[in-house]
Design a protein around this ligand. Structure first.
Ligand code: FAD
Length: 552
């Protein structure tokens, strides 16, 4: 195999007989955890990163692959065009202890997602984040992210865009409707009646992203180690002080300690995983902790007089997804699922030989992305991110998904059952009348914008259905609205959740209220949602958290 196909490094396996202590233990290797691991080790601290899933990309010794990748070091995670295989086969990749999809592999969501990558709009920070985390405060952190990972509109190494017919048709239609083309990660404050090509964190025709940047620099340091197959059951604490973590691996469990007196634990296990670790550590609302107490954890759970009553699991949110479908004779469909076992030879060869072609683009051929802002009767702006992709009920279909993020006030709740599976027990979608009114208006705005496109067929909603009837016909539950952009269960804020009326689980340094040395850094601390797909914002939040934690 060519040199670039050789494994470049591999994670160590979990080793419970290792009795070293660590300045920082970071739990979870999603975008939050990878950034923390790198920045904390860069500052000279001794850092252990614990990931419960297996290796993913080839660089780190991953082995899951399509048949045509057998003699290469590439895995299914490396090849952008294979990313939607997650919808066909997620065995050994998706977490099995949540009722929603999340990646339990090295990289978490950034190993399995579509790579869509957006510099946040200023309102994303200004409308819901607390002091110290507003747009002006976040500039250094955002710059660090985009210096490290600039992102690209041209994922194919040859610089060409493949099968752009759908993009061309819709962008011409939007232009006709008065919307404007922008360079979305430069003009990130102009996401209103605008559109852009899709931007990815991919590079050189491969997934790239945080696994090929933050983890590479961390791994080059002697003061850093990471273990895969290492699931953290709970943090070990006496009152407010955390002394280590209880780890399960290879059928046994043991405790790994932080450096006495000064060590810290950073939980970065994602919106579901971080809430779960806190609950199992006796941190959360009493009803949920009582459920944990009644589970197999019960006999070894920290005693109830040590519980910390915080609103962990409230404030759950996800982009509200509303799928529209249009068809147009110019649109060309590509069989990305077929590319798993029977790729078109010229396409797989172009990819293997030069990392170029349609398989270097994310499946299922995204673009354009477009934005709109709607202000319903409560006067709060709602930001919409629209995502087009070549997929639907006809061979010439495109699905246009509307995401409602920034400005939305609806929230849900995450809890756990006594089998220790996390459950979305209160759906977060459109519980607020003004959120719903904005979604309806947003759908209507798009229909108006595309009304002059000749030959465009509206499949969903049909031309005769009103936008109100259409939106009302879609159930407001995860099965129909899920965007896989879950946030919020460990909300950050100055309002200590232990006090009546307080809603925050972590303070403005991301430290869990009522603890001395326990932090949460991932999507779960977002107080509200942002405009677009969240990876870049999560990286920025982690960069900012690293600055704040290192300064403590
Ligand atoms: C199918 C899909 C497509 C998506 N597409 C996009 C996209 O194109 N662009 C975008 O920006 N976003 C996308 N997202 C969302 C994005 O991937 C997530 O928002 C992001 O990964 C969340 O980051 P995180 O650090 O909070 O947690 P995660 O990425 O979920 O990482 C958490 C990590 O912690 C590990 N973990 C959990 N519990 C434990 C434990 N007890 N012990 C040890 N380790 C543990 C998990 O295995 C995982 O690796 C997508 C998500 C999905 C599921």
């Amino acid at each position: 195999a060519p040199a670039e196909h050789q494994p470049r490094a591999a994670a160590a396996s979990c080793n419970l007989s290792n009795k070293e202590t660590w300045d920082y233990i970071v739990v979870g290797s999603g975008p939050g955890g990878l950034t923390m691991a790198d920045r904390l080790s860069e500052a000279g601290h001794k850092v252990l990163l614990l990931e419960k899933g297996p290796p993913s990309t080839g660089r780190w010794g991953g082995t899951m692959k399509a048949p045509w990748l057998q003699n290469t070091n590439l895995t299914r995670f490396d090849v952008p065009g294979l990313c939607n295989q997650i919808w066909a086969d997620r065995n050994g990749i998706a977490c099995t202890d949540y009722d929603q999809l999340a990646g339990c592999v090295l990289g978490g969501g950034v190993a399995i997602n579509s790579g869509l990558y957006w510099k946040p709009h200023p309102d994303d920070w200004n409308m819901s984040f607390p002091p110290g985390w507003k747009d002006d405060d976040m500039k250094t952190a955002v710059d660090k992210v985009f210096t490290r990972l600039p992102g690209t509109m041209y994922p194919s190494r040859d610089g060409k865009l493949y099968l752009p017919q759908g993009y061309n048709m819709l962008s011409a239609g939007l232009t006709q409707g008065g919307w404007k083309s922008i360079d979305a990660n430069v003009q990130n404050d102009q996401r209103n009646r605008t559109f852009s090509h899709t931007i990815y964190y991919f590079a050189d025709g491969e997934r790239h992203g945080p696994l090929a940047t933050y983890l590479v620099t961390a791994n080059a340091r002697k003061n850093f180690a990471f273990w895969t197959g290492a699931g953290v059951k709970r943090v070990v604490r006496t009152g407010s002080k955390v002394t280590g973590v209880e780890v399960e691996c290879g059928g046994s469990s043991g405790v790994i300690n932080v450096t006495p007196n000064t060590g810290r634990v950073i939980v970065s296990a994602g919106t579901f995983g971080s809430a779960k670790i806190l609950w199992r550590s006796g941190i959360g609302p009493t009803d949920v902790l009582n459920t944990v107490k009644s589970s197999s954890d019960g006999s070894s759970m920290i005693s109830s007089d040590q519980w910390i009553n915080l609103p962990v699991g409230y404030n759950l949110y996800d982009h509200v997804g509303t799928d529209l479908e249009v068809a147009h004779s110019s649109v060309v469909n590509y069989d990305f699922y077929g590319a798993w076992s029977r790729p078109i030879q010229s396409d797989s060869q172009l990819y293997l030989n030069s990392r170029s072609g349609i398989l270097a683009q994310s499946a299922p051929n995204f673009g354009p992305m477009f934005w709109d802002i709607v202000t319903p009767a409560d006067g709060i702006n709602r930001h919409f991110h629209w995502q087009a992709r070549v997929e639907g009920s006809r061979s010439t279909s495109m699905t246009l998904t509307q995401y409602l993020g920034t400005g939305s006030v609806s929230r849900g709740r995450l809890t756990i059952n006594n089998q220790l599976k996390t459950i979305v027990s209160q759906s977060p979608y459109l519980n607020d009348a003004n959120d719903k009114a904005a979604v309806i208006q947003g759908v209507q705005n798009l229909r108006d914008a595309l009304s002059k496109v000749s030959g465009l067929t509206w499949v969903r909603p049909t031309a005769s259905q009103t936008s109100t009837a259409f939106v009302n016909s879609i159930p407001s539950n995860p099965g129909s609205r899920n965007s896989n952009h879950w946030i919020g269960t460990n909300r950050m804020g100055a309002d200590d959740g232990r006090v009546s009326g307080g809603k925050a689980v972590v303070d403005l340094n991301t430290k869990v209220y009522g603890t001395d040395n326990l932090f949460v850094v991932d999507a779960s601390i977002f107080p509200g949602h942002i405009t677009s797909n969240p990876t870049a914002a999560i990286l920025a939040v982690a960069e900012q958290a690293a600055i704040k934690i290192l300064a403590l």
